[in-house]
Design a protein around this ligand. Structure first.
Ligand code: MN
Length: 253
């Protein structure tokens, strides 16, 4: 297998966006057997309210991922702020492994720290409070016990509220906090940080204090979302490339 690693995030798959599901399916088919690993850094789905809620979308995605996995590539999934309830049962259905945030990827002599990205948005105080609540184990256990209709209602209310709040929040509040970024770089040995979440694909050089070590600049590479095009990172020959592709013009089948 080629030592080629791919990373994606923020597909926000949902029933109403068949085009994204198609783009994802095709992306997997094109890369099947052509990479050692695929990392999905969160928000694969627009919403997830429990592994027990099945749909054509969830089974299509599971089948495509399993097919990809049987081609010889490992698939790792990190939770995002929308699909943090994906559990071991769905992961097993997909043939993928769930990984925790702040995952250290060591590949081709590169040390890269992977995260979804929302933890860096420390200026968004409302959101951070909400996150603390919903990431609590007890809250999640209670939530998953509720009837499906109740969970659907809660999720759509939360989504509506976050959309409304986003209208009044400045773009700075919604982006990463530079102090948080530097603190993260300084607390880790990693020279590279890769995340998604903000939907602002870019490669940032971050200047850091020389702290006895030789690391003076870090690179923060941000994946894009799949609303209008495919965004991915390809790691090959010791290089990290942020790349984009148009959506497929025609379905494969
Ligand atoms: Mn997100």
């Amino acid at each position: 297998m080629q030592d080629r690693v791919l990373l994606i995030s923020d597909l926000h798959l949902e029933e109403q966006r068949q085009d994204i599901t198609e783009a994802f399916t095709q992306f997997l088919e094109l890369n099947r057997g052509k990479c050692s690993a695929l990392y999905i850094l969160g928000d694969l789905f627009e919403i997830w309210i429990g592994d027990d809620v099945e749909s054509l979308l969830t089974t299509t995605v599971a089948d495509s991922l399993r097919e990809f996995y049987t081609g010889g590539s490992s698939v790792y999934l990190m939770h995002g702020n929308r699909d943090f309830l994906i559990g071991e049962s769905y992961a097993a259905q997909c043939g993928i492994s769930l990984v925790q945030e702040y995952y250290s990827l060591e590949v081709q002599n590169l040390e890269i720290l992977l995260l979804h990205g929302d933890s860096l948005c420390t200026d968004d105080v409302d959101y951070q409070q909400f996150k603390t609540m919903v990431r609590d184990n007890k809250w999640q256990t209670e939530f998953l016990k509720k009837p499906i209709e109740e969970r659907v209602a809660y999720a759509s209310a939360a989504r509506k509220q976050s959309r409304e709040a986003a209208k009044t929040k400045s773009t700075e509040i919604m982006d990463v906090n530079q102090t948080a970024v530097k603190a993260l770089f300084n607390s880790t040995q990693h020279k590279y940080i890769i995340h998604g979440h903000t939907h602002r694909p870019a490669v940032h050089d971050v200047s850091l204090k020389q702290n006895g070590s030789t690391k003076t600049t870090g690179k923060r590479i941000v994946l894009g979302d799949w609303d209008k095009e495919i965004w991915f990172i390809e790691i090959q020959n010791g290089k990290i490339d942020l790349r984009t592709l148009p959506f497929p013009q025609q379905p494969l089948r």
